[in-house]
Design a protein around this ligand. Structure first.
Ligand code: SF4
Ligand code: SF3
Length: 563
């Protein structure tokens, strides 16, 4: 078998990348994100995850598989339980990169997982066949013993074929990714039973030794479909509650007054904070993935939603010391807080950091009080950028777009989207956007946009050349736009003058990638590096079937795409 991995220049020795192979004992092992240190973080996470946190997250995943075994069996008998279903979503979301760094909180979740497992087991009753060890797991009574339990059930599984293990990890990370979106939808009161049923089935399948590689590959594609279902659910929840996003200028400067910065993806939490600060002389600023919130009529109606502050998540430690107000995180991506702002930092929802004040529920008075004690900003207007180009807005001008394409004024669309991150190779995305010829339009989404969203791209006959489609979950909108264009041009999505140049970092990007593969989208360029959990054979499969490839240089890739 040709070692395509090596051809792409990722990693030298394949054995080092072999998750099923023999590796020396380490304090932790995690390779779920793009930042993973040379094939896996072993002493401490590059993200700041400590071995105790890694072990507790591994234990949660192990417990979720045990719960899934019973929940799946119960479903086979027509029985289900809302608490079991929802707990699994939250438990998995807590293990996504840069979400929960607090061992005490993770230990609480593990104890709760024990109760949920019992509940799921009672629901299923006695079942024929062998019961996997995970399905009979019970949590140890102390945090240190829970950590030891987690260490015994780590990511690696030498008993499995490395390619099967690789695809199982791909599915697990895809599930973790959509668990985040399912959680946000649930916060707005929306859920979909299909999402729960697949989660149970896919995690329970890891106990089924009769399944082969292609069974898991097919399940990975199904995971992509379920992520699409979840993103649609979340989109619907957003649109029902806040209206369809509209093209909206967002102020990058500051307004005189007290300030609160909101980082993350949860629009409902932002709405509640806007309500609780209305008329209090406090301005609310968005950070990172909250930027697209400015485009929603139901959120931008609050006059004190003042603007956007800072860049993508990895710049927080550099930028937050300059924010003279309270700061609150409602999803990933939190980093180790510096002492310069830790005392005015809050977390909400599933995000947790040891010794950082956590807001339980919906009372944000502690955040408001902190903001009132702090200096706040002076009036300093700045540049404006545009957001709010969801599918309704873009398809609203579809006639104009189609006309421009047919008239030869608009040559090609580039979707340059995905996560941002700290690696220097990510400059590629800035360079790529800058080098996109003037007769092409860039669609962007997720926090990777901060690599270029403050640059001036101009317009083509009134159509802005940079269209911010939204958060990472708004990949749903981008897909709707692509499908509508393919209908208009009477061709398949792969035949459109559209190319996807994607950046990944955490597991939501894995879920979105699986969605694109499920839809049969080919020729995706992915970077800055390829996932460490994908074995050479699995990569080979993706290359042969989807022509997915790594980014090279902006110039080379543009030349290749535009011919
Ligand atoms: Fe390393 Fe990423 Fe895992 Fe953090 S989440 S420990 S950076 S692989
Ligand atoms: Fe970004 Fe964390 Fe992935 Fe929602 S905020 S895209 S990295």
């Amino acid at each position: 078998m040709k070692k395509l991995w090596k051809l792409f220049g990722f990693g030298g020795d394949d054995d080092e990348k072999d998750p099923g192979g023999e590796t020396p004992a380490t304090e932790m092992f995690c390779y779920q994100c793009e930042q993973s240190a040379s094939g896996g973080c072993t002493k401490i996470g590059v993200c700041g995850k400590q071995p105790d946190v890694a072990a507790l997250q591994d234990l949660l995943v192990y417990a979720m598989k045990g719960i899934a075994f019973w929940a799946d069996k119960a479903r086979g008998q027509g029985k289900k339980d809302g608490e079991v279903d929802r707990f699994m979503i939250d438990g998995l979301f807590a293990t996504v990169t840069n979400v929960d760094f607090d061992p005490a909180e993770l230990a609480k979740l593990a104890i709760k997982a024990g109760d949920i497992l019992k509940k799921a087991r009672n629901l299923a009753g006695s079942v024929p066949g062998q019961i996997p060890e995970a399905a009979n797991w019970a949590p140890a009574p102390s945090q240190s013993e829970l950590i030891r339990q987690g260490q015994a059930h780590g990511v690696k599984d030498p008993s499995l074929d490395p390619d099967i293990h690789s695809v199982q990890q791909l599915i697990l990370y895809g599930i973790k990714g959509y668990a985040a979106y399912a959680h946000h939808a649930l916060v707005i009161g929306q859920e979909n039973d299909e999402v729960y049923a697949f989660t149970h089935k896919a995690l329970a399948a890891t106990f089924d030794s009769s399944l082969g590689l292609m069974d898991f590959v097919n399940m990975a594609m199904e995971c992509g479909r379920i992520n699409l279902v979840t993103m649609e659910l979340l989109n619907q929840a957003h649109v029902n509650n806040y209206g369809n996003p509209e093209p909206t200028p967002v102020q990058l400067g500051t307004r005189a007054g007290k300030a609160i910065l909101v980082s993350g993806h949860d629009l409902r939490m932002l709405e509640e904070l806007l309500k609780q600060t209305d008329g209090k002389g406090i301005n609310i600023y968005t950070h990172g993935e909250m930027l697209p919130a400015h485009g929603y009529p139901g959120l931008k109606k609050y006059a004190h939603l003042a603007g956007n502050f800072g860049g993508a998540w990895q710049d927080q430690a550099k930028e937050f010391p300059d924010f003279p107000g309270a700061i609150i995180f409602n999803t990933n991506c939190i980093q180790r807080p510096a002492a310069t702002y830790k005392d005015r930092l809050f977390t909400w929802g599933l995000v947790q950091w040891p010794d950082v004040k956590h807001i339980d529920g919906w009372d944000f008075s502690a955040v408001v009080k902190k903001a009132q004690e702090l200096e706040g900003f002076e009036e300093k207007p700045g540049k404006e950028i545009l957001t709010g180009f969801g599918h309704a807005a873009v398809l609203g001008v579809a006639d104009k777009v189609i006309e421009a394409v047919k008239a030869g004024q608009l040559r090609h669309f580039f979707l340059i989207g995905g996560c941002d991150g700290a690696k220097s190779g990510r400059n590629y995305y800035t360079e790529f956007a800058e080098k996109v010829p003037k007769d092409c339009v860039i669609l962007t989404l997720a926090c990777g946009k901060y690599r270029f969203n403050k640059l001036d791209f101009g317009d083509i006959g009134g159509i802005p050349r940079l269209l911010d489609v939204g958060q990472c979950n708004d990949a749903y909108s981008a897909i709707k736009i692509a499908l509508a264009l393919s209908e208009a041009f009477e061709c398949g999505v792969n035949d459109l003058p559209l190319s996807m140049v994607l950046s990944w970092y955490e597991q939501k990007a894995v879920a979105i990638l699986l969605t694109l593969l499920h839809l049969g989208i080919q020729n995706i360029k992915l970077g800055p590096t390829l996932p460490a959990f994908v074995t050479p054979n699995v990569l080979n499969f993706l290359v042969e079937n989807y022509n997915i490839g790594p980014i090279t240089t902006a110039e080379e890739d543009l030349k290749q795409i535009l011919g």
